[in-house]
Unconditional design. Structure first.
Length: 489
């Protein structure tokens, strides 16, 4: 074992007594939950140390959100190219013309990884400029008031014990691995490994039709791969709005993707020149590569949580309340390791809320109903507030209407045909209960609905606001006008 040091807070003999010491905050994990928490804690006057094992920004920056959305943004250009003919733009002009757009995947992935690395460096620089101590290493709890840090790099092998008044666990999650489909990083891949590919997969099998599977399947189809999407459920995106999921599956099929519903994958193995995926019914699907998108598991083992008294759910997620407290006073948790919602925005809010609560600042418990989420397919699917399933399950009264995007004048100008805007509202008060936007850049368009849900605005409030003509956001106001109720009293 390496050298162990414990910083001492005892005054040096002969020096004047110091005033109240700042709270000591130790954060384990440098992803959105961790680094956002660190910045809040510093602004509130705490002495902050953050420990990150892999890289600053965590999986969200290095292997998940930033790289995947960069890849998807590249794929969007190919989707736009597919619409060129509808707009009167000739991509090729007869037999003498060269080939249409094509993708250099090696260059794409180099750019993806460079952007992720730059963002990671920006985060570490920001933390250090704000006075946060950053440590590249491992960490584990030593009871509820200390964290043992094992350094990496030049100081590898040494350990340091950090006293802590407040601890935040923000260690995220990792891809779930099936024992019958162990990734090799070459042919059998998780979503963290696809950026190592140097050439386009000729035939990509995507196992899993949730958000991650749908996003990558759509992106690689747009980039030019033949794609087979294996879904164990009746349709893609089984947990999302039914109308949105049905539309996306239609789009996938129309673009040449093979969607295999009610087909559970049992195993994946390499062959001489590709992969074979065996389904539960005995069928075998062959391809050049397979991407396993079958969920994730929390990164909570080896942290000393249970020994410190922190309660974990059977899934391994840390139990937290609405201000991110765990079962142990002074220990908080944020992000995917809590299983609240696997969104970087939620992780960041949990981290900020935890520090505000721990350090005595004003804080409001997080309301999950106000969280906007987006699926980065083409078209995108954005949601906020109650879903229709929520409203039905809870027996809440509601009215709803949906307006196809194809009726929007700006959409016609842009050659957009797939998509819609849907709102849910209370039948008497008209308060907006939730909404769904299916459109290009739905992540941007959903914001006015998010404001309406968060501030309990009515459909008449939305309808009365000016929108630009022509604009895609005009459809949001139009749907609100369709939900206006005349007072019959």
């Amino acid at each position: 074992m390496g050298h162990v040091t414990t910083p001492s807070s005892a005054p040096v003999p002969g020096t004047p007594a110091a005033g109240p010491q700042p709270a000591r905050v130790v954060i384990v994990g440098g992803g959105p939950g961790g680094y956002e928490a660190a910045l809040v804690a510093r602004r509130l006057g705490a002495e902050v140390t953050i420990v990150e094992q892999a890289g600053w920004g965590g999986a969200a920056v290095l292997t998940d959100v930033v790289p995947s959305k960069t890849l998807i943004a590249t794929a969007e250009w190919m989707t736009l190219a597919d619409r060129a003919g509808d707009l009167g733009i000739a991509v090729t002009s007869g037999a003498a013309a060269g080939p249409g757009p094509w993708v250099d995947l090696a260059a794409v992935n180099d750019r993806v990884l460079a952007l992720a690395a730059a963002q990671s460096a920006d985060i570490r620089g920001r933390l250090e400029r704000e006075g946060v101590r950053t440590i590249h290493g491992t960490a584990r709890l030593d009871g509820s008031r200390a964290v043992v840090v094992g350094a990496r790099g030049a100081a590898a092998g040494s350990e340091e014990v950090l006293p802590a008044d407040v601890v935040l666990i923000a260690t995220g999650a990792t891809p779930r691995v099936l024992p019958t489909a162990v990734p090799d990083g070459e042919r059998i891949l998780t979503w963290t490994q696809v950026y190592n590919l140097r050439s386009m997969p000729e035939r990509l099998i995507v196992v899993g039709s949730g958000v991650t599977g749908a996003e990558f399947a759509g992106a690689y189809r747009a980039l030019g791969s033949e794609v087979v999407l294996v879904s164990s459920r009746d349709h893609v995106l089984p947990g999302e709005d039914a109308d949105a999921a049905a539309l996306l599956e239609e789009v996938f099929t129309a673009r040449g993707m093979t969607v295999m519903a009610r087909s559970r994958a049992e195993s994946a193995v390499r062959t001489a020149d590709g992969v074979e995926v065996t389904l539960a019914d005995g069928r075998v699907v062959r391809g050049s590569h397979v991407l396993m998108a079958v969920g994730s598991v929390p990164s909570t083992s080896g942290l000393g949580l249970e020994k410190a008294g922190v309660r974990l759910r059977p899934s391994g997620h840390v139990e937290v309340d609405r201000v991110s407290r765990t079962s142990v006073r002074g220990i908080y948790a944020a992000g995917d390791c809590t299983g609240v919602l696997p969104l970087a925005s939620v992780a960041a809010m949990q981290g900020r809320t935890a520090m505000s609560h721990a350090l005595g600042d004003a804080v409001a418990p997080m309301v999950l109903r106000d969280v906007a989420a987006n699926i980065f397919t083409a078209p995108e699917i954005a949601t906020v507030g109650y879903s229709e399933v929520d409203l039905l399950d809870q027996g809440l009264p509601y009215v709803t209407t949906m307006l196809p995007l194809a009726r929007n004048p700006r959409a016609k100008m842009l050659g957009l045909r797939e998509g819609f805007v849907k709102l849910f509202a209370h039948p008497l008060s008209g308060v907006v209960l939730g909404g769904v936007v299916v459109a290009p850049q739905a992540s941007e368009l959903v914001f006015p609905i998010t404001l309406a849900v968060s501030h309990r605005m009515t459909v008449d409030d939305i309808a009365a606001a000016f929108t630009v003509y022509p604009s895609l956001s005009g459809s949001i106001a139009e749907v609100a006008r369709m939900l206006h109720r005349v007072d019959e009293s």
